[in-house]
Design a protein around this ligand. Structure first.
Ligand code: AMP
Length: 384
């Protein structure tokens, strides 16, 4: 069995590690000069819509999946002529366009912030009049980590906001005063079976995820079950096969869906240490038609800290008894064999704002002094 993966970043690498554990080889397609996924599989170096590269990928693989949702429509369509592409087209097209996504969620009974389509200045002015301020203008396509978004605090800022998003098709959304942000990962098998992991609390700065924690502190039980129920219903409605991530705003017991990702997700990295079966393995199991693994917790708690812009010093990590993950995902340490913290190095060149690794602490009890000390060692991470 060979699995094709569009995208060779860290998500591809961790999918490849899980696949290898199941005896499955991976072939990646990515145009970059060097990729984290090169650590674990072969790569076709070409653009995502290169017809010869897509034909080669289809020929070499039994099934194809992806690590990012902005897969060009023509690439997905040409692959799907000869090889199953999972998750399928409905999941991709729904998550590629914020207007289609929010409309789909609302139609399926999932609460979302108030939103309106915006095509030009008159439609933005009408939307601002309807929704009020503060509100957020977001491009329909291609935004991530807070890119392609402008906050409008006063109707007079409308024309400037249109300019700042380059006049592209957009939606205006009500600004939600949430208590916290959380994500739910659900995996749906080829036979329609679903399993989910508990909600994860996420903290961002400058639109970039910095810190995730599970079980999610401060999330009432009612909000927790509502999020799992919504995520499962969305996966069923999309006829999704693989991992689906749904990001929510939580205010008391109330939850509003912000966005969906038809793929494994940064917030789910902690499932590697925290869960019986992690997001990557269950995604590979689902897309290759295998039975899903149990998602029960192996520890009481887990915290994931993203290294952004620069990697932590390996010497300092080793002194703090942090294990390092090797190319094939095995955690090694020079300290005791029982470690509570593991650093996953993506072997990327550091650049401002770039995710270059993550550190997970998983244990039954996490001492705040320990987690704060580790967070202080990881550039870009948030101390609690
Ligand atoms: P997004 O790209 O839609 O995930 O947005 C990035 C981040 O911007 C979110 O994680 C929130 O912190 C914030 N954000 C996005 N939409 C809203 C909203 N409607 N109300 C308040 N904050 C928002």
């Amino acid at each position: 069995m060979t699995l094709g993966i569009l995208g060779g970043g860290q998500l591809g690498w961790m999918l490849g590690i899980a696949a290898r554990r199941l005896g499955i080889d991976c072939v990646f397609l990515d145009p970059a000069e060097s990729c984290t996924a090169d650590l674990i599989g072969d790569r076709i170096r070409a653009d995502y819509d290169d017809p010869r590269a897509l034909a080669e990928l289809a020929r070499r693989c039994d099934v194809v999946t992806y690590e990012f949702e902005n897969v060009p429509a023509n690439a997905a369509a040409s692959l799907a002529e000869t090889v199953p592409v999972r998750p399928g087209w409905t999941s991709l097209e729904t998550s590629q366009d914020r207007l289609v996504e929010k409309t789909f969620l609302a139609r399926n009974g999932v609460p979302v912030p108030a939103f309106r389509a915006v095509d030009d200045l008159p439609s933005l002015e009408a939307a601002v009049a309807g929704i009020g301020t503060p509100s957020i203008l977001k491009t329909r396509h291609g935004g991530y980590d807070g890119k392609g978004q402008v906050v409008i605090r006063d109707p007079a800022e409308s024309s400037d906001a249109i300019e700042r998003i380059g006049g592209r098709p957009a939606i205006l959304e009500a600004m939600v005063e949430f208590d916290l942000e959380a994500s739910v990962l659900v995996v749906r098998g080829a036979d329609g079976t679903t399993r989910s992991w508990p909600p994860i609390r996420n903290r961002h700065a400058d639109g970039i995820l910095r810190r995730s924690e599970c079980p999610a502190p401060g999330v009432p039980a009612q909000a927790e079950s509502a999020m799992i129920e919504h995520a499962t219903r969305i996966a069923d409605a999309l006829d999704h096969v693989g991992v689906l991530t749904v990001e929510f705003f939580v205010t008391g017991d109330q939850v509003l869906a912000n966005e969906i990702a038809p793929r494994v997700h940064n917030s789910g990295h902690l499932t590697i240490e925290f869960s019986e079966t992690d997001q990557f393995e269950n995604h590979v199991r689902a897309v290759t038609g295998r039975e899903l693994g149990p998602t029960d917790a192996r520890h009481g708690r887990a915290i994931m800290l993203n290294a952004i812009g620069d990697a932590p010093s390996t010497g300092i990590l080793a002194d703090a008894s942090v294990a390092m993950v090797d190319a094939e995902g095995a955690a090694t340490t020079r300290a005791s064999p029982v470690v509570d913290a593991v650093y996953h190095d993506y072997r990327k060149n550091p650049r401002p704002g770039r995710k270059v690794g993550h550190l997970t602490i998983a244990s039954d009890e996490i001492d705040a002094t320990r987690s704060d000390a580790l967070a202080a060692m990881v550039p870009g991470a948030l101390v609690d």
